[in-house]
Every structure is written in structure tokens, then in C-alpha cells.
Design a protein around this ligand. Structure first.
Ligand code: GDL
Length: 695
């Protein structure tokens, strides 16, 4: 039964009730029948009314869509459909025939009808046809019959809908299911126009918003698509989906969808994380959102400044969800949850009767002088808040995660200055300590989580929390090294680290080899107003590079002593292949970064005697310059990042740069990179400084 104020009782577009709930629509291992039944219980408790069965990698949902279910599978589906009914959840069965269906072949249409008829016999009354993530090119036979792909899909969908006697709920997922897939855009998409005009009015249409994973969904964007589709869409929301990246999990609240949308939509279904148990927050907060009063209802008066929506606060919804979730963590009635009671609960009194085991033996009680039994600290709400902050949302880290990133960035950028300017030292040390405390908080949270009685939730979370614990451990050790404490070789900058000392996997290696690491981290510096581009250096750039070098030299008046990097910049020596870049803005070339993978021969030629030891450890040389009009340090940092990747790929183990001691600007630049440190090299001219980094 739904409570008053639930989404069902709310005004919304179209006829019938507001569809709210979950779509199991992700790639990967489908949920188990037990998990789905647990989901129905929760949906009922929280006022959600729908479950869309669409597990992408279930054989008979997509790949072998034509195959009928076996007797054993039928029993399972019958039980599942009946469990949904018991919990007042509408079970919608979806099939995805788009991988290989020939729309124009009547046998194919018959196969589709046969499959859905079978599921109808299992007691299912609501259906869906999905055409997402398929090839958009029709086969020659279909091209002869249908004027477009949209016409083919619509024809078959209308026919199946009528064959099933026009069910109350029938959903269609278009191939262009978000604005970014539409050509040229939503309002001019001929595909969407055909669907809107030709699909029978009783069929509802799924839509993921502006993108596959939409950051925000605005009222205007829904009004636009509704007018093309000639009906209000049902949102298939991928905000919590994590099937596209094994390192991500989303435990933040349902967010950035104004409640003003509710009257303009036919419904919302969330397609959440692949792991069943961590979806508590995703589904609980969606339920809170769906229940929020729309126009005319009481406003949330305590809304903070950042909260835009007068009827729904993501922060409050999150706290409600986490408070309930905490109770779940404490529950032992889970498979694998057979923990020792003493380890799960705080010891109340030491003179309790010893526990009886199944064997009828008295439980072990340590004697005098023996180790006391291990007592785990109970998990707290703050632990779960921290957990959610660390695994928040696809476009946003939680508050503590943001603070940690900002602090690490500051500590990294200010360590050199703090080492020489005494007034900065105290601040640096205090902030390093605070950072360490935050890291410690993550480790403590990990410990309490891993001792929580509910093992099912823990096992679903385990890989993620292990990963973040190790990431935090590396950052912590790095800050200790920056502050001159710790043993860097043991933890962070070891040339032969343990596998957990770096992020592994071939895919990670590929990414690191791409320019700028190919990443778009959520932690970004303020947006630049100038657009820069970095491209490989070509021989025609020689004059420009020379000009920049000379201009910068003039500015600093420091031509002596001769450096290898001067010859490189002057074009007297050519950079190593793949190891030269130039920076351009709208005016032209404004910077460069050049390298010699093996700098020793040039150094011998220019400077005579060289330090064998230094070249063994740091055989490569870099030279970088940017004109003063490049006020933003990021482009130069990106150039050096790319250059270091290329040098490393050439097999080098270390890089150095040469600086004149008066060149404070370049000293600051290299210092701020964090990895370059001054090194001692014998036989250098007095006013030359060498900074170096291992690769
Ligand atoms: C998609 C897929 C969905 C997948 C999601 C996130 C739709 C309609 N289809 O495009 O199965 O889980 O992306 O990766 O969203």
C-alpha cells in the first residue's frame, strides 16, 4: 500500500499511475531471484511500484531472445512474478531482439510473439521491447520493406502490443534513447519524430535524458522531447549505473533532477549499480524523491544555500537512507553472515554465560594471561557518510573526497616553499597532519565495515573499499615523503613496487599512454578562458622554438654557462623521435617541451666531463619553455606529463633538467610538479642546478 503523498497520488503527465522503481538493465551478472525478491519487499516498503526485468547479459533476454524458457526457468519466473504481485510491484518483462532480428520476416515477429505469450502464461501482464545499444543500419531485406529503422521498430512494436491485447503498461526503448544520440538534435530527429507519430498512444517510451548517464535532467529538456514523442517519457535513469567502469560504485543520493519534473513525466526507473546490496542508497533516495510533494505542498524550509529544490533535499534523503542502511549492516540473517556474535557486537559484560555452539561445547573463553577475544568496533552513521562521500556520483565526489583531493593538491604544490620559507612550514605541517587524519578515518571506516555482521553487503563492497584504502595509503605515504618523513622507497616511489603500489591492469596502461592520460577527473582546476592545444613538434617549428627560447633568455639575461638544453632549444641538437611537443594558443606557438632520451653524448660534447652516476640513474633530459602570456600552469604541466610518458615508453628510467640558479621561475615550475627534486651532480658549474625524477 502506498502512503499519501507518494508519487502514485501525484499529478503527472498522461493517464495511469506514475511508474516508479527499478530497471535491472545493466550489463554483467544479473541479480539472483532471492535478491530480486528482496528488492520487491523494499520497493513496497518505500512506496515504489515497478520492476523492469531487462538484464542485458541474461541469455534469453537479448542474445537468445527467440528461445523459450525451460520448465525449470519457467518455475523461477513464475515464482518471481508472483513475488512481485505479493509486494504490489508491477513486474514488466522486457525482451531485446535488436541484435539480430529481421523486422520484415513474419517468422521473426511470430518468434517474438511466442516468447511474450509464454511469459504472459507465467502471470506477467506488463511488457517492454528494448532497442537500445544495437546497430542502426538495417539489413537489405528490411531496407526493402521499411522506409527507416524507426518505421521497422514501430511496426513490430505496435503489432506485438496489439497481439498482447494492449496491456495497461507497455514500454518501448528507442535506439536514440538520449539527446546526445539524436541527429542532428532532439527537435529535428527524424527517428524520434517517426516514433512519436507512429507508435500507438498506449505505449510509453523510455528516455535517459541529455546523455546516457545524465548529469542533470532539466524540465525544458523533458518538455522538448515530450513534444516530439507526443507523450511524457519514462526516465530510465543511469545516474547510479556502474557497469561501464569496474572501479566505480555510486552511493550518493538521487540528485540533479528537479521535483518539478514529476508532473511532466510518466515515471522514473533507476538502472543502478551491478552489485545488488550497495543499491540501498540509490533506491531509497529515489523513493524519497518520488514522494516529495510537488507544487502546492509544504516546502522544505531548512534548505541550505546550495539546495535548489524546495521540495527535495539530496542531503537529507541521503541521511535517511544511510540511517536505515546502517541497520541492515547490523543484521546477521544473511548468507555468509555466520560471524562470531562476540566479534560483531560490543562486549556488554565479561561475566556472561559462555555461548553454546552447535556441537554442544562451551565457547572458548580466554583464561588469565591469554589474549582477550577480538572485539570489533560497531559501524557508525559517520562511517557510512564517509563511504558515500568516497563513492558518490558520476559527476561529483562527496564533500570529504573533495577535501582530500584539494588538500593533497595544496600539500603537493606547497611542499618546496614550506621547506625554505619558515612562515609556511607550520601551516604545511598542520595541513599534512589533517590530511593524515582524514586518511586514518578511511582506514578506520574500512576496519569497521569489514567487521560488520552482514557479510552480503560487505562482499559486494569489498573490492571497492580495498581499492580506496590502498589509494589513500599511497597518498598518505606520499605526503609523508613530501614532508621529509617516511621511507619513500618502501611505499611510493620504489622502482620495483609490489603490485598494490600502482594501479594495475592493461587498460590502465593504455590510458596512461594516451595524451593527458585520457582522463576527465572530477577534480579540476578552474576553467581556462584560453584554449590551448598540444601537438607534436615538426621541423617547421624550429624557428618558433628558437624565438621563444631567445625571448625568454633575454628576459632573464642569462646565457652562461652553455647548457645542453640551450642547444636543444636553439635547434643545434634534434630532440629524440616522439619526444618533442609544441604548445599553441590562438595567436600561435607559445611554448615547447623537448627531450633527449639519451642525453649523455650531447653532454659530453658540450660540457666535457660528465657524472657517470647521474646519467646512469637519469639518462634523459627535458627542456621546457612557455611565453609569459601563458599564465595558466596547466598546459605546460600537461606537456611535461605527455613528454615523460613518451620518454618512459622509450625505455628510460629517469629524467633531469638543467636550471640556472637565478632562474627562480623554472625552479618553481619544476618544484610544483612534485616529482622533480634537486640532485647533487659532481663537476657542475657553480650556478647550475640539476633537478631530476625517476620514471
Ligand atoms: C546504456 C544501456 C544500459 C547500461 C547503461 C550504462 C540504456 C537504455 N542502455 O546505454 O543497459 O546499463 O548504458 O552503462 O541505458
Amino acid at each position: 500500500m502506498l502512503k499519501p503523498g507518494s508519487a502514485e497520488g501525484q499529478p503527472h503527465a498522461g493517464t495511469g499511475r506514475f511508474i516508479s522503481g527499478v530497471v535491472e538493465g545493466f550489463y554483467g551478472r544479473p541479480w539472483t531471484m532471492e535478491q530480486r525478491t528482496e528488492l520487491f519487499e523494499r520497493e513496497q516498503k518505500w512506496g515504489l511500484n515497478t520492476y523492469l526485468y531487462a538484464p542485458k547479459d541474461d541469455y534469453k533476454h537479448r542474445m537468445y531472445w527467440r528461445e523459450l524458457y525451460s520448465a525449470e526457468e519457467a518455475d523461477q519466473l513464475i515464482a518471481l512474478i508472483s513475488a512481485a504481485k505479493q509486494h504490489d510491484v508491477e513486474f514488466i518483462y522486457a525482451v531485446s531482439p535488436g541484435l539480430d532480428i529481421t523486422f520484415s520476416n513474419p517468422k521473426e515477429v511470430a518468434a517474438l510473439k511466442r516468447k511474450l505469450d509464454q511469459v504472459k502464461e507465467f502471470g506477467c501482464r506488463s511488457f517492454s521491447l528494448l532497442f537500445d545499444d544495437i546497430e542502426t543500419e538495417m539489413c537489405p531485406a528490411d531496407k526493402q520493406t521499411f522506409s527507416s529503422f524507426a518505421h521497422a521498430q514501430v511496426a513490430i512494436t505496435n503489432e506485438v502490443y496489439q497481439h498482447l491485447k494492449e496491456p495497461e503498461t507497455f514500454l518501448f526503448c528507442p535506439t536514440d534513447y538520449c539527446a546526445s544520440f539524436c541527429t542532428p538534435n532532439v527537435s529535428q530527429s527524424s527517428y524520434l519524430h517517426t516514433v512519436g507519430e507512429k507508435l500507438l498512444p498506449g505505449i510509453d517510451i523510455l528516455w535517459t535524458g541529455p546523455k546516457v548517464v545524465s548529469h542533470k535532467i532539466s524540465v525544458e529538456s523533458i518538455e522538448e522531447v515530450s513534444s516530439v514523442l507526443k507523450r511524457a517519457p519514462v526516465i530510465w535513469d543511469n545516474i547510479h549505473a556502474n557497469d561501464y567502469d569496474p572501479q566505480r560504485l555510486f552511493l550518493g543520493p538521487y540528485k540533479d533532477r528537479p521535483t518539478e519534473l514529476i508532473p511532466k513525466l510518466k515515471g522514473v526507473l533507476t538502472n543502478p549499480n551491478c552489485e545488488f546490496y550497495p543499491n540501498y542508497v540509490a533506491i531509497h533516495t529515489l523513493a524519497t524523491w518520488c514522494r516529495s510533494p510537488v507544487d502546492g505542498g509544504p516546502r522544505d524550509v531548512e534548505m541550505g544555500e546550495e539546495e535548489q529544490d524546495p521540495y527535495y533535499s539530496p542531503q537529507k534523503a541521503l541521511t535517511l537512507a544511510l540511517t536505515d542502511w546502517l541497520q541492515e549492516f547490523m543484521s546477521k540473517e544473511q548468507p555468509g553472515g555466520t560471524c562470531r556474535p562476540t566479534a560483531c557486537l560490543k562486549k556488554e559484560s565479561s561475566d556472561e554465560e559462555p555461548m553454546q555452539t552447535d556441537m554442544g561445547e562451551a565457547a572458548y573463553v580466554p583464561g588469565p594471561g591469554e589474549n582477550p577475544l577480538y572485539t570489533a568496533e560497531p559501524l557508525t552513521l559517520d562511517d557510512l557518510k564517509l563511504l558515500s562521500d568516497l563513492f558518490y556520483l558520476p559527476y561529483e565526489h562527496g564533500t570529504t573526497a573533495r577535501t582530500m583531493l584539494q588538500e593533497l593538491d595544496w600539500l603537493k604544490n606547497n611542499s618546496q616553499a614550506a621547506a625554505v620559507e619558515t612562515d609556511k612550514t607550520a601551516e604545511w605541517c598542520a595541513r599534512a597532519q589533517q590530511f593524515d587524519d582524514l586518511c586514518d578515518g578511511v582506514v578506520q571506516m574500512f576496519n569497521r565495515l569489514s567487521n560488520a555482521p552482514n557479510r552480503s553487503i560487505l562482499y559486494d563492497l569489498y573490492n571497492y573499499i580495498c581499492d580506496i584504502k590502498s589509494g589513500v595509503g599511497l597518498a598518505r605515504a606520499y605526503v609523508k615523503t613530501l614532508g621529509g618523513q617516511g621511507r619513500p622507497s618502501a611505499h611510493v616511489m620504489n622502482s620495483d613496487p609490489e603490485p598494490w603500489g600502482f594501479r594495475g591492469g592493461l587498460s590502465g596502461e593504455f590510458q596512461r599512454m594516451l595524451p593527458g592520460h585520457g582522463n576527465r577527473d572530477l577534480f579540476r582546476h578552474p576553467p581556462m578562458t584560453v584554449v590551448y592545444s598540444i601537438r607534436p613538434y615538426c621541423p617547421e617549428d624550429k624557428m618558433e622554438v628558437q624565438r621563444i627560447f631567445r625571448e625568454m633568455q633575454r628576459a632573464a639575461e642569462m646565457a652562461q654557462p652553455p647548457l645542453v638544453s640551450d642547444s636543444l632549444s636553439e635547434g643545434e641538437i634534434s630532440p629524440s623521435p616522439q619526444c618533442a611537443l609544441v604548445l599553441e594558443d590562438e595567436i600561435g606557438v607559445c611554448g615547447y617541451a623537448l627531450a633527449l632520451v639519451d642525453a649523455k653524448p650531447a653532454a659530453v660534447k658540450i660540457q666535457g666531463a660528465v657524472s657517470e652516476k647521474a646519467f646512469e640513474e637519469f639518462p634523459s633530459l627535458v627542456a621546457i619553455q612557455a611565453l609569459p602570456r601563458v599564465t595558466d600552469p596547466s598546459p605546460a604541466k600537461r606537456m611535461i606529463g605527455q613528454l615523460l610518458s613518451s620518454i618512459k615508453s622509450s625505455g628510460s628510467r629517469g629524467v633531469f633538467c638543467e636550471l640556472r640558479q637565478s632562474d627562480r621561475r623554472m625552479f618553481d615550475f619544476y618544484s610544483k610538479l612534485g616529482s622533480f627534486k634537486p640532485i647533487q651532480v659532481d663537476g657542475l658549474p657553480q650556478n647550475v642546478l640539476i633537478m631530476a625524477t625517476s620514471l
